[in-house]
Design a protein around this ligand. Sequence first.
Ligand code: UD1
Ligand code: CA
Length: 466
Amino acid sequence: MISEFKHPDLQVCVLAAGRGKRMQSNKPKVLHKVLGRAMIDYVLHTVESLRPGGIAVVTGHASEMVQAHVGQPQNLEWVIQDKQLGTGHAVKQCEQVISDARDVLIVCGDTPLLQSETLAELVAEHRKRDAIVTVLTAEVDDPSGYGRIMRDSNGRVTEIVEEKDASDAQCLTREVSSGIYCVRHDVLFDLLHKLGNRNAQGEYYLPDIVPLALNDGQSVETVRMVDASEMVGVNNREQLSLVEDMMQANIIHDWQRRGVTIEKPETVRIEATVNIGLDTIIQAGCYLIGSTRIGDECKVGPYAVLVDAWLDDRVEVFAFSHIKDANVAMDAKIGPFARLRPGAQLDEEVQVGNFVEIKNSVVGRGSKVNHLSYIGDTEMGADCNIGAGTITCNYDGANKHKTIIGERVFIGSDTKLIAPVEVGSDATVGAGSIITKKVESGGLTLSERADQRHMPSWQRPRKKKH
Ligand code: UD1
Ligand code: CA
């Protein structure tokens, strides 16, 4: 598999200098995200798994943004293309940084579905056939936007014609260029120096190295992709969502194969970085984002949003709950309509019910906060029962204060705990209390209540009947 790949005599060139005019965006195209990850990240990950001798990335438009995003991996060289004069011109800028390689593999930064196995196959075929230039092609139903592969009567490739330069007859060709090439290093830059820009876009086209090589009597080969969907390039936002849907379908099939039930899969979003355990059920409309981890035999949804959330085994998250940057231990039940915010840590068998918000708090094993409460900056022990409408008043406008609750505490409904405050174990707090001082362990604590009066002669106003 991937770990077996090793290509020390291969240099990779990634083209990522284009502005991506068709994206209509302020940020460079390759930084647009597909399922939460920038396109360039996928492409770099794919080429890195070939373990090549080095990787040159050509940037130009907003190059500082791309570099800041990627950082500085060890075997990566940045190459700046000041003016975006075409894909051939972009590769030419790498002449100084690419040395000492048998072949150069050229890929585009806007094809996030590309798999390393496909690239390895291209390199292997290129070497087996001892070719000078090998083009990765694909047969597609809708070739629009791609360069068309032209062949002579013997089926040999003759040239690649960009759509904007193609005649109506050429446009009908359904074999297209993926934009990915493997080229012998010792001829690549000679060919690039010969490129002209007399075409519809006035650009130096990389595909023109094909007729140039043939003119020099050098062998040009093509390798047809098995799965054409891998090469879909993102040039506009429509293709961005198309690629995202395709990647999402792959991820979902993968989890299904690994023992996860996904209901209404077309409504679910699961990012590539998420992990899900065996026999877990993901219901309709769920969003599983970022570093979210879900254990075995959990049930999530419908319409739950989990962002960087960690759920242990057998956790149930009911409809419309939102969990971000929070930990939930085994057998806990959350929601419906619950919100766990950053730093919420729920121990085993905790129950958090509807319209409850928990932030930066530990809730001890088996404790229940079932209705309409806010728990913030709190440490709560095991087996507590927090009544409906309980609020930890943790914020004085400038500072956050802590509430400490012991074990087996019972807080009556509509209690306000004015932090900093402490409630001892086994305490019971009467409903409607406003707690400002330490509550001693055991017994009943309640704040003064107004007297209850009865007015027997009082009459409720009545609506006049017409
Ligand atoms: C390109 C190919 C086309 C192929 C298609 C596959 C050319 C002329 N056309 O078309 O044959 O079928 O990809 O997806 O090569 N870039 C630079 N510098 C530039 C221009 C582009 O770095 O001056 C980069 C872009 O950022 C992009 C890649 O090269 O990542 C491809 O450019 P793009 O404009 O997307 O080319 P396509 O029209 O898709
Ligand atoms: Ca493209």
